[in-house]
Design a protein around this ligand. Sequence first.
Ligand code: DQA
Length: 140
Amino acid sequence: MAKLLVIHGPNLNMLGNREPEHYGKLSLDEINKLIIKHAKKNPTECFQSNAEHEIIDKIQTCKADYLIINPGALTHTSIAIRDALIAVKIPFYEVHLSNIYARESFRHISYLSDIATGVVSGLGHFGYLAAIDAALASQS
Ligand code: DQA
């Protein structure tokens, strides 16, 4: 068993209504239910915040074995989230619903990708499920 924490960043609480051509039609609640189901018996918490400091607090205090994080727009700006992830030394997977490399150039920069165990971008909600599979498969 592995403890998983899935973190959703700013504006991801609006999924379902928000730019469905980029982010799909499922709500965050529907995605979280699929995540929990996919994780089977592995204890899994899903957390969303629009506030950078709350995400940092969550990273600092969590007891997870693996983190799966879609930092939303903070991907492209937050050295503070990068520093928190480095500090806790918990392996993490970066997930984006959309393919950030097929979008505006400012979305091509991630402050997290080079320190992530893996990055999934453009698979919609399947990206979270793929990250769970990869995390669980990496357990020794
Ligand atoms: C996103 C991509 C980001 O550029 C954007 O700011 C988001 C969502 C994605 O899941 O595709 O909020 O992380």
